[in-house]
Design a protein around this ligand. Structure first.
Ligand SMILES: *[C@@H]1O[C@H](CO)[C@@H](O)[C@H](O)[C@H]1NC(C)=O
Ligand SMILES: *[C@@H]1O[C@H](CO)[C@@H](O)[C@H](O)[C@H]1NC(C)=O
Length: 458
């Protein structure tokens, strides 16, 4: 960080950077007080790490931490669930506006000579877009990440313990974006991206009539077109390979991108993702011992849920060293996809949406793409989509296939592939100048080292 005596010599950009760094600390200061209160509260408890695959009938949207029960538990020295701790620490208030903040993170600070010209340019473009739209901008260098997390998550020490136990920088980089958005909200975007449009012009909601399904039509009468909730969590489609060999190219048939995400703080979808990553990390790695972190327990009846090694095919392979701890030396590409990356991220989105309609009678679903517009659009899946909603209360992957207009399920807004991935020349993506194109992604890999596979044109 620049010394004060240097201030007058700083360029305008330098001053903006310094100002935004100061902002981060001011923004965080109030948080200190609240976590001190809570971390005292959890002393003596064992943290229970629930499996997100076993949420059962729990309404994840309306989940309320049992505050009184937690106090009782504290007295008797029993369990406090990580889900409760996170919900208590960062309650979700959907009526609050989307925070006007942009977060980025990189190995070095914005004024470091080690920052490549491309990334300096990209970060400058985000900074300018932020300034124009009166958003705050912060680039968090590696050297500040841990201090920031201690500040934000001091009241949920297992989260910090999991972060420190992750064996590779790419896993930490993935986890960090979810953590910063869950705690503070705003836009997170990777360094190999830059904005294409004014930040204030991102869609605040989907347009169109709410879909009638299950009991909803009967109980709420006529379909309401004013049922579009304001977005609390915004994701873009990363991959939508409408072809039989899709799994040669991507981890999921519909993959959501996590290089750019927008969220209000405390969103329950992010909470579940953080619960999942914390639980699998603490069970699958040599855990860094931490003086502040209380002991934790996992659901022994479902051990396989917690072992990163034990997903899907590997689970049934007796030869596979399922209980082998993960280190930097034995993590592979599918591990990163399913542990912290687009695989588990996409699963978290689908699981949350399915939970929403399974446990709430009043969820607004807006998907204008399903209406026939001619051509080979989403409407060809209309039947499959409605059957999924009606008989099983699940969102089939095709619900999001070939969408060109934003889709909303409650306050989760899903943008088409063009929004954060324009100009890829496949999977129905449009060019950079399209009305729905908001962020350009350069696929420079950043920490990832390897580029995602690029499938031939579909
Ligand atoms: C984490 O999510 C994956 C789905 O991506 C699921 O298979 C696994 O059981 C979950 N584990 C825990 C501990 O929540
Ligand atoms: C990652 O998850 C996907 C989908 O659940 C699965 O098909 C794949 O086998 C998993 N990878 C590993 C290494 O378990």
């Amino acid at each position: 960080m620049a010394k004060l005596s240097k201030l007058p010599k700083l360029s305008r950009r330098g001053r903006t950077a310094l100002a935004s760094a100061v902002c981060v600390y001011v923004l965080l200061a109030f948080q200190l007080h609240s976590w001190r209160v809570h971390s005292g509260f959890y002393k003596g408890l064992t943290t229970e790490l629930p499996s997100t695959a076993r949420a059962g009938d729990t309404n994840l949207k309306r989940f309320q931490p049992p505050a009184a029960a937690a106090a009782d538990a504290a007295a008797t020295g029993s369990l406090a669930s990580l889900r409760s701790q996170l919900a208590l620490q960062f309650p979700y208030d959907a009526s609050q506006p989307m925070p006007k903040r942009v977060w980025q993170t990189w190995k070095t600070a914005v004024d470091s000579p080690q920052l490549s010209p491309e990334f300096r340019r990209n970060s400058g473009l985000w900074m300018e877009a932020a300034e124009l739209a009166s958003y705050q901008y912060a680039l968090v260098p590696d050297a500040h990440v841990l201090a920031l997390l201690h500040n934000l998550y001091g009241g949920v020490p297992q989260v910090i313990q999991a972060f420190e136990s992750l064996p590779l920088p790419i896993l930490k980089a993935d986890f960090f974006r979810y953590l910063i958005l869950y705690a503070r909200g705003g836009i997170y975007s990777d360094m190999d991206t830059f904005p294409l449009k004014a930040l204030g012009s991102w869609p605040p909601a989907a347009t169109g009539a709410a879909i009638q399904y299950r009991g909803r039509a009967a109980s709420s009468g006529a379909a309401s077109s004013s049922g579009a909730p304001e977005a609390g969590f915004v994701v873009g489609i990363e991959a939508d390979p409408d072809r039989v060999d899709w799994s040669d190219w991507y981890a999921r048939r519909i993959q959501f991108c996590q290089w750019t995400i927008q969220s209000k703080p405390g969103h329950p979808l992010l909470r579940e993702l953080i619960v999942n990553i914390t639980a699998t990390t603490l069970a699958s790695t040599h855990v860094r011992s931490s003086a502040q972190a209380p002991p934790f327990s996992i659901d022994e009846d479902h051990r396989a849920d917690y072992l990163v090694n034990c997903r899907d095919k590997r689970r049934f392979d007796d030869e596979f060293p399922a209980s082998q701890k993960k280190t930097a030396a034995n993590v592979d590409g599918t591990d990163t996809m399913n542990w912290t990356g687009p695989g588990v991220f996409s699963d978290a989105v689908f699981n949350y949406l399915d939970n929403l309609i399974a446990t709430n009678p009043d969820v607004a679903i807006i998907n204008d793409n399903l209406r026939a517009h001619g051509g080979a659009g989403t409407h060809k899946f209309y039947r499959k989509v409605t059957e999924g909603l009606e008989s099983a209360a699940v969102f089939v992957k095709e619900f999001f296939t070939l969408i060109e207009e934003p889709v909303a399920v409650d306050d989760v807004l899903v943008l088409p592939i063009t929004s954060f991935s324009p100009g890829v020349n496949q999977m129905n993506a449009k060019e950079d100048d399209h009305a729905m194109a908001f962020v350009k992604h350069m696929f420079e890999g950043s920490w990832k080292g390897t580029k995602p596979g690029t499938a031939p044109d579909t």
